[in-house]
Design a protein around this ligand. Structure first.
Ligand SMILES: Cc1cc2nc3c(=O)[nH]c(=O)nc-3n(C[C@H](O)[C@H](O)[C@H](O)COP(=O)(O)OP(=O)(O)OC[C@H]3O[C@@H](n4cnc5c(N)ncnc54)[C@H](O)[C@@H]3O)c2cc1C
Length: 385
């Protein structure tokens, strides 16, 4: 199924293409793969984040007053396609821009919005999100990190884990238990925490690929001013589920990414012919490539359904959850196929890296089992258990 986009959206595409072809460099694209273990690459990306933010291309769905473009859903779709095809690196503050900013826009004071959002967009400040704990991942509502009111402060103690960029962050959107007596979803609050406060210790966690992209973060009797609370007391669950009402086409990035990866794989297979014969001549490889191509096409349709639901008042989240699990499984299978056919070390090690990091695709942002549960309940209408 091919959409034909309205003329204004195609104009938007041309404007973006022109800007990217003038500004985006190979050094920026290359830095993306090295950001977890190379401080210089991290700073290259920080500078790029400022460039793209200042030009208004960092978060096109955001309202203009915070540095976005107030882009329509179709423009957002075009943005996701073009940015992915051009290999624009994800922003350093991806979680900040997509997940934390909506809550600040909805619950923050005027001063908080003005002080925090533009700096987040430019990556002047690095943000992390403290949700998961050693005993609270999928079941986030079981979190135990406590905040006890003492005068004008909350005193916070506990531990977070898998905190992306926790060791580099200037700010943390932290979820804490403020009422241990209440049912678990109802005793949680959200704090905006300055990561330089005494008593906070962030220890980087090194993953299979050798990168330190996330950390475990310890809070040892940290005094946090009570006015750092985001949203009402004990309504942290509501804050956690805030989504950006303007954001409609985030799912497009899922299929666009896998299309690019599949095309890269075919290119690499042709380039790495052995003894005059390429893996694309092997029928079993062709079958696996064909299957992936079909699954990516299905993913594209799922994403477009989710975007369409969002535009017409339907349950975009339910279809997006289905798309997220399909995306994760496709990513893992694509990485396995690349590794099986090209072998280790091929194409500058790019597939080795993806083979290792692809395991995170079915965990981060909700595991495949959890997204399948959401599909069962919200798409198929099955009972909870
Ligand atoms: C790359 C990456 C970045 C991350 N960044 C952050 C971050 O910035 N901030 C943050 O707070 N967290 C972050 N996380 C953590 C992530 O949110 C959790 O890993 C995820 O929620 C799963 O929790 P868990 O690891 O504790 O696994 P568990 O919840 O312990 O799950 C273990 C297994 O049991 C399954 N399972 C659990 N419950 C059910 C159920 N009800 N039905 C069926 N199966 C179930 C799961 O699918 C999984 O296979 C990140 C994770 C990754 C991989």
């Amino acid at each position: 199924m091919d959409f034909s986009y309205p003329q204004e959206a195609e104009q938007f595409r041309k404007e973006l293409q022109a800007w990217l072809s003038a500004q985006l460099t190979d050094a920026v694209i290359d830095a993306s793969a090295r950001r977890g273990h190379d401080d210089e690459a991290f700073e290259t990306l920080r500078a790029w984040n400022a460039t793209i933010a200042d030009a208004g291309w960092a978060a096109v769905s955001w309202p203009q007053e915070y540095g976005g473009r107030g882009a329509s859903a179709i423009e957002q779709l075009v943005y996701a396609e073009e940015a992915t095809r051009a290999r624009v690196p994800n922003p350093l503050n991806t979680i900040g821009i997509n997940n934390i900013a909506p809550a600040i826009m909805q619950y923050g004071t005027k001063d908080q919005k003005a002080a925090l959002l533009p700096r987040m967009l430019r990556a002047d400040d690095i943000w992390c999100q403290g949700m998961s704990e050693p005993e609270a991942g999928s079941d986030l509502a079981s979190l135990r990190t406590r905040a006890v009111r003492d005068g004008d402060d909350f005193v916070v103690s506990g531990q977070k884990i898998w905190t992306s960029l926790g060791h580099r962050a200037d700010w943390c959107q932290l979820y804490v238990r403020t009422d241990p007596e209440a049912p678990k979803h109802k005793g949680i609050s959200c704090l905006i925490v300055d990561m330089s406060l005494p008593g906070i210790e962030a220890r980087p966690l090194v993953t299979l690929s050798g990168d330190a992209d996330f950390a475990e973060v310890f809070f040892n009797d940290v005094r946090i001013p009570a006015d750092a609370m985001l949203g009402p007391l004990n309504k942290g669950w509501q804050v956690a589920t805030t989504t950006l009402s303007h954001e409609r086409a985030g799912a497009a990035r899922l299929y666009a990414e896998m299309q690019v990866r599949l095309r890269d794989l075919v290119t690499d297979l042709i380039a790495h012919a052995r003894n005059g014969s390429s893996a694309v001549d092997d029928p079993s490889t062709v079958r696996r490539l064909g299957e992936l191509d079909t699954r990516i096409k299905n993913l594209e349709i799922l994403c477009q359904r989710s975007i369409s639901s969002g535009m017409h008042g339907g349950d975009a989240f339910a279809t997006a959850s289905l798309a997220k699990s399909a995306w994760g499984e496709i990513g893992k299978d694509l990485a396995a196929l690349a590794f099986d056919t090209l072998g280790p070390g091929a194409a500058d090690g790019r597939w080795d890296e993806f083979r290792l990091t692809s395991h995170a695709l079915t965990i981060a942002g909700g595991t495949t089992q959890i997204t399948k549960n959401i599909t069962a309940q919200r798409v198929l209408g099955l009972p909870r258990s």
